[in-house]
Write a protein that binds this ligand. Structure first.
Ligand code: C2E
Ligand code: MG
Ligand code: MG
Ligand code: MG
Length: 288
């Protein structure tokens, strides 16, 4: 009967809902504590120039070294951090730490840091960035901020003003996951990006579907005609690298050239690319 079913439904859902709420509450507590306890750590993935095959910089990708769960990827906690309003503090911390680490690299390469839409919309991003640069000594020209097109969804004047002020400092901007939103082209008009990052979903299917290759080629041509550089994400094979090279892509990022790894491994990664430096010229890393 309906009544019996209703009862069953009730019995089935209540514990599940309670469990979900408990998990969420635990997560909130865990995240705030983890930030204080220093359990977060940016990893770094090399970005490689297609023509020279040299590393031009690294993207900082946040990891949570959880005491029992091991290494937790950002997809599992960034959305929560956004929801519970912790993204501001977390984002400020990542930015500072990534700049600090980049300032200690043996070569003056670029560091790319992801900025969430909430961070851009909250006032104070300009100050946060200025403070991070001043505190770490990283030149603004070595910092690139990655934002998704959703940041510019409403062509909000304050948002554009924030980006323009940062641009005036010498900071560069990349539009992340280009082509996955529904306002991609419009957001290009709202703000002049320095770079488009071609989403890995297009790269993944490039070799098997003509449509994906056509989209990738068009994005590269579009970027070029608007004076922007391109970085293809998620490049895993030599075949993909070759197709992107022929299409005129400027930079490549993906497991083919290296996975995200801890900051300690940056010198080793660079040596793997045959990149050398004068050890005497390396500035010591500031104390944490
Ligand atoms: P994203 O910025 O688009 O970063 C690229 C993602 O693709 C990274 O995932 C990277 O590990 C992964 N990836 C790179 N090369 C390959 C490849 O060849 N194959 C495959 N399958 N994947 C590849 P990750 O590290 O899990 O980060 C996921 C997303 O989390 C990022 O996407 C970014 O949107 C967000 N995120 C990461 N760190 C931060 C952060 O510090 N702040 C904010 N707000 N978001 C972050
Ligand atoms: Mg990114
Ligand atoms: Mg991306
Ligand atoms: Mg992505």
């Amino acid at each position: 009967t309906a009544k019996a079913e209703g009862k069953n439904t009730h019995r089935f859902f209540a514990p599940a809902l309670e469990e979900a709420l408990n998990r969420r509450r635990d997560m909130e507590i865990d995240l705030a504590k983890a930030l204080e306890a220093g359990e977060f750590e940016p990893f770094f993935q090399p970005i490689v120039d297609v023509r020279t095959r040299m590393v031009t910089g690294f993207e900082a990708l946040l990891r949570w070294r959880h005491p029992t769960r091991g290494l937790v990827p950002p997809g599992e906690f960034i959305p929560f951090a956004e929801e519970i309003g912790l993204i501001g503090a977390m984002g400020e911390w990542v930015l500072r730490r990534a700049c600090e680490m980049a300032a200690g690299w043996p070569l003056p390469l670029k560091v790319s840091v992801n900025i969430s839409p909430r961070q851009v919309r909250s006032r104070g991003l300009v100050n946060t960035v200025m403070n991070a640069l001043a505190a770490t000594g990283l030149p603004a020209s070595r910092l690139e901020l990655e934002v998704t097109e959703s940041v510019l969804l409403e062509e909000d004047e304050d948002t554009v003003a924030t980006l323009m002020q940062l641009r005036a400092l010498g900071v560069r901007f990349a539009m992340d996951d280009f082509g996955t939103g529904y306002s991609s082209l419009r957001s290009l008009r709202a703000f002049p990006f320095d770079r488009l990052k071609i989403d890995q979903s297009f790269v993944r299917n490039m070799a098997t579907t003509a449509e994906s290759l056509a989209i990738v080629t068009s994005i590269i041509d579009l970027a070029e005609s608007l004076g922007m550089a391109t970085t293809a994400e998620g490049v895993e094979t030599a075949e993909q690298f070759d197709m992107l090279r022929r299409a005129g892509c400027v930079e490549i990022q993906g497991f083919y050239f290296g996975r995200p790894r801890p900051n300690d491994s940056v010198p080793e990664v660079l040596q793997g690319f045959g990149m050398t430096w004068d050890a005497a010229a390396i500035a010591p890393m500031p104390a944490p």
